[in-house]
Design a binder for this molecule. Structure first.
Ligand code: FEC
Length: 333
């Protein structure tokens, strides 16, 4: 497979981007303020967030996991003897190393071609596009030519990987419960707004080429994984809604678990398909909150293991980057 014609002799810079996390309990206020676009959180909200981190043992694994993913990706991309060389950079949205710093590093390393990959498979104007905007702002001072992988919810190797994780989680259930189990595919909720016709839309819809791609893309991931496994009882739901005054996209995972229990299910497997690492949203929102909801409702709970730096997942990311460079060398989509 020939990649990025015209760039064969150069080093391609891959900018891997993720959400970011606090560096420790002392850094939670700075981090929360950054997430809120510079507005400091109320003391109640800050205490609530600190308490959630404390409940998971004050762990902040996202940066380290993303670093391992980036290192693994660089190794995997460079494993091929022919073709261009790759250098992988790391840029976070809400904590150091920030995206702008990574772009600056690429510029000073003399990288000619950059490719941006956000570690979130489903596109939304409120998620993936906000990373790209940060890159574009940083590029205003000059820098590599850039292209972006905006969405990869469909990638066969990612789908295959998720299917194996769902299979493993189902296998952990006792046989009798497995036969009455439902699988919930979840992603981060987004704030919504009401349209004049009464329907709800993600707040980002004005920026979507088509409406609610985010919802349709999660559904597509779920359908593809379900088809691989022959699953019939599966749904999508939304998790980790923020503590803001807006309504957020639903139904939530917690609501869905209660509904499933009420309709005779004996177990639920949650596959957080919108995330690829362990962090607060999996370790607290699912492993503590959603699990507690299931237990209170009298049904079993399993969560699929996150991709983190599993070699099969890193291989899927590497295939994605190579394909993007081969088929769309001049595209920015
Ligand atoms: O472990 C960690 O420290 C980081 C976990 C973490 C991930 C993550 C991913 C996404 N978020 C998305 C959207 C929003 C919107 C708001 C918002 C707020 C928070 C807060 C925390 C937080 N998010 Fe997050 N998100 C993570 C953590 N997120 C903490 C603030 C406390 C709270 O309200 O619970 C609302 C912003 C505002 O207030 O104006 C919107 C989306 C993703 C998935 C895509 C991605 O990874 O970029 C979408 C991981």
């Amino acid at each position: 497979m020939s990649e990025a014609p015209g760039w064969a002799g150069s080093t391609i810079g891959v900018l891997v981007m993720a959400y970011g996390s606090a560096a420790g309990p002392y850094d939670v206020e700075r981090y929360y303020t950054d997430i809120r676009g510079g507005r400091r959180p109320s003391p109640e909200h800050l205490e609530d967030l600190k308490a959630r981190y404390a409940a998971i043992g004050n762990r902040f694994p996202l940066l380290e996991t993303t670093r391992r993913q980036a290192e693994g990706l660089e190794r995997e991309l460079n494993a091929a003897t022919a073709g261009p060389r790759y250098r992988v950079y790391l840029g976070m949205k809400h904590s150091p190393p920030f995206i702008a710093d990574a772009v600056e590093e690429m510029r000073s390393d003399g990288i000619d071609l950059g490719i941006g990959l956000v570690l979130a498979p489903h596109w939304s104007g409120m998620s993936v596009e906000t990373y790209i905007e940060r890159v574009e702002t940083a590029l205003a001072d000059g820098g590599p030519e850039f292209m972006y992988v905006r969405q990869w919810y469909w990638h066969p190797r990612f789908v295959e990987f998720l299917a194996s994780r769902v299979f493993d989680a189902l296998e952990k259930l006792p046989r009798g419960d497995r036969d009455k189990a439902a699988v919930i595919f979840s992603a981060h909720s987004l704030p919504t707004r009401a349209l004049p016709d009464g329907t709800l839309r993600c707040k980002a819809c004005d920026r979507c080429p088509e409406r609610c791609q985010y919802v349709a893309q999660l559904q597509r991931t779920a359908d593809l994984v379900a088809a691989k496994l022959g699953l019939e009882d599966y749904l999508i739901a939304w998790q980790s809604a923020g503590r803001t005054n807006d309504p957020w996209w639903g139904p939530s995972v917690v609501e869905m678990i209660r509904d499933l229990a009420a309709t005779g299910h004996r177990a639920v497997v949650v596959c957080p398909a919108g995330f690829v690492s362990d962090h607060l949203e999996t370790l607290y929102d699912l492993d503590i909150e959603a699990r507690r909801t299931a237990e209170e409702a009298g049904i079993r709970f399993e969560r699929t293991e996150m991709p983190n730096d599993d070699p099969a997942f890193i291989g899927a990311l590497s295939a994605l980057i190579r394909q993007h460079l081969s088929y769309e060398p001049a595209s920015s989509s």
